[in-house]
Design a protein around this ligand. Structure first.
Ligand code: SF4
Length: 253
């Protein structure tokens, strides 16, 4: 059994987890019939900067997203009006963290707190995510955190398919730029949209998934907001985090 540091045990306690479960073998699931991967070609040329964005780009966003550098990408997202959600947002929520992170955490969409503060995973769910990361000896600043959608759906309803279709290229470009070693999808909505599947979260957990645009393994776990409502599932979530850590450390891709 792996030995925990006092600090890890402290954070596990904060998560409501008091048992360290031994891990089994890593199960790998390559994109198959159920997983139709999103495809974005990696940009070979020098990234396009904000200054180089075509005049029309911000109006129509008629630009090749896969060529944008970080600043140009953030500018495009800030100005984005590709779906109806721009009408009700307070601001876009681009993403936050280390742009060279090994870990990319992907959630569903901004909620009320995130819409107000412009940062993903703030509020109680964000605090629990921070505890989950700290249990892995990671600070929030060590990882990159983003959502499938950059704008809040009204009343926190589920994202519509057309909203995801419009917004996904922003996230895909973030993945290209970060080149993380592991992607953690939080919750059913994030997982199903990222992997383009209708498979239940329960069946997506416990194995590695791949999307065509990156060799990075994707691991699925529960959304922290769900864990707040269903604390008994925290232990399973911890298993998922350990799978992600083990995957990263073993260099599986
Ligand atoms: S949700 Fe995404 S696609 Fe829709 S307006 Fe916001 S940034 Fe644009």
């Amino acid at each position: 059994m792996t030995n925990l540091t006092n600090r890890q045990q402290e954070y596990l306690n904060a998560m409501g987890i008091d048992v360290w479960l031994p891990k089994g073998a890593i199960v790998v699931e390559h994109a198959g019939e159920e997983v139709a991967p999103a495809v974005v070609e990696a940009a070979a040329a020098e990234p396009v900067t904000t200054a180089e964005l075509p005049q029309s780009a911000l109006a129509s966003l008629d630009t090749d997203v896969s060529t944008l550098d970080w600043d140009a990408l953030q500018t495009c997202v800030t100005e984005c009006r590709l779906c109806e959600l721009h009408k009700t947002r307070t601001q876009t929520v681009f993403g936050v963290g280390n742009r060279n992170a090994d870990w990319l955490i992907i959630g569903e969409a901004p909620g009320a707190d995130e819409d107000r503060q412009g940062e993903p995973f703030v509020g109680r769910a964000g605090q629990l995510l921070n505890s989950m990361l700290q249990a892995l000896d990671l600070a929030r600043e060590d990882v990159y955190i983003a959502n499938i959608l950059k704008c809040r759906p009204p009343q926190n309803r589920d994202p519509k398919a057309e909203e995801v279709a419009h917004c996904m290229p922003w996230l895909q470009r973030q993945i290209q730029l970060i080149q993380p070693k592991v992607i953690l999808a939080l919750g059913r909505i994030a997982a199903q949209n990222l992997l383009q599947t209708n498979t239940s979260l329960g069946r997506l957990r416990g194995r590695l998934h791949y999307i065509d645009m990156t060799p990075t393994p994707v691991i699925v776990t529960y959304h922290p907001a769900y864990l707040l409502r269903s604390p008994l599932e925290k232990r399973k979530s911890w298993e998922d985090l350990l799978l992600a850590k083990k995957t990263l450390e073993s260099g599986v891709s």
